[in-house]
Design a protein around this ligand. Structure first.
Ligand SMILES: *[C@@H]1O[C@H](CO)[C@@H](O)[C@H](O)[C@H]1NC(C)=O
Ligand SMILES: *[C@@H]1O[C@H](CO)[C@@H](O)[C@H](O)[C@H]1NC(C)=O
Ligand SMILES: *[C@@H]1O[C@H](CO)[C@@H](O)[C@H](O)[C@H]1NC(C)=O
Length: 291
């Protein structure tokens, strides 16, 4: 038991840190805007001015697409080594002690901006304000949420949902061959029948724009089916092992949610599925032993 526990910890830590390296290299704006699209099923869309379909909204599909041979148009932004050169900011993960020593509320925004030497008028300041406001919103019906500013805090929240004694497994989308170059919107073919992961409960953690790593983690009551989906761009191009989820009940979702527009359906009619961008984590119970 003890050794199983510590080796699974080690795996999480390795995955987590490789992931952080990725985060630093990622095309932050796009990646996080995709995370924000996902959260709009909970809250009012603040992108109303943007009426044209933004390609990064194309992450939704229906359960009929989850079959070998099906093709779907999906936006997936991979790690992009060149973007890390362009971007001066890296997303640092804080320890719990560091995170707890920095205010994390919108009422403290001006002192937070000073601390990170960010100008009040800058787009970064706006993005930080948006992140804080999103974190402060009341959860919607059936949702349990927490914005984690450290790995420890993410694990505590996840354990609180999945069970203190439950072994955890973490899933994320990864590019396995020929990571994409722009444009990131592609027609992907499902190359194998998707594998469903048995997950009576799950916690999804979406990375948010902020000067240090912040994850909006949440769990939603109701039937959610988790899948591993092998995708390929035609002609032996890019290959992605994507993690996707299908939400059976969308009747509580905001009518304006982008997925209804993308799929051209009404709330509560069909399950809505989406892939997770590569900088998101999906925590599920581990139903296998690691020795
Ligand atoms: C954060 O805001 C609270 C009230 O909203 C205030 O009491 C506190 O001093 C502020 N902390 C910092 C570091 O500005
Ligand atoms: C933060 O956003 C809210 C709206 O969500 C706005 O009312 C407020 O003025 C913004 N604050 C700053 C400092 O930009
Ligand atoms: C995907 O395929 C459809 C149908 O063939 C086509 O209309 C669409 O432009 C393609 N999208 C991309 C991004 O290539």
């Amino acid at each position: 038991m003890a050794s199983g526990f510590s080796s699974s910890w080690l795996i999480f830590i390795i995955i987590f840190f490789s992931f952080l390296v990725f985060l630093c290299a990622a095309d932050q704006d796009r990646v996080t805007s995709t995370s924000r699209k996902l959260l709009q099923h909970h809250h009012h869309n603040n992108d109303h001015e943007n009426n044209n379909m933004d390609p990064s909204q194309k992450i939704f599909f229906t359960i009929d697409n989850l079959k070998k041979g099906k093709s779907m148009e999906i936006y997936l932004s991979p790690k992009s080594p060149s973007s890390s050169l362009k971007s001066k900011s890296t997303t640092r993960l804080l320890s719990r002690e560091e995170a707890d020593s920095i205010p994390f509320t919108s009422s403290n925004l001006s002192s937070i901006l000073q601390l990170f030497s960010i100008s009040k008028e800058s787009p970064q300041a706006q993005a930080m304000n948006d992140t804080l406001k999103l974190c402060e919103l009341e959860p919607i019906h059936g949702e349990t949420k927490h914005c984690a500013t450290s790995f420890e805090s993410m694990l505590d929240f996840t354990r609180g949902i999945l069970g203190l004694d439950t072994k955890l497994r973490v899933l994320s989308t990864s590019f396995v061959e020929n990571p994409s170059t722009k444009p990131y919107l592609r027609n992907y073919t499902v190359v194998e029948d998707p594998r469903e992961i048995f997950a009576p409960k799950m916690v999804a953690c979406h990375s948010m724009p902020y000067p240090h790593a912040v994850f909006y983690c949440h769990s939603q009551e109701g039937e959610n089916r988790v899948f591993e989906i092998s995708l390929e761009v035609g002609g032996g191009g890019e290959r992605v092992e994507a993690v996707g989820v299908c939400h059976a009940d969308t009747s509580h979702w905001d009518r304006d949610h982008v997925s209804f527009r993308v799929l051209n359906i009404e709330p509560g009619t069909l399950p809505v599925c989406h892939v997770f961008p590569p900088d998101n984590f999906v925590w599920v119970p581990a139903y296998f032993e690691i020795n």
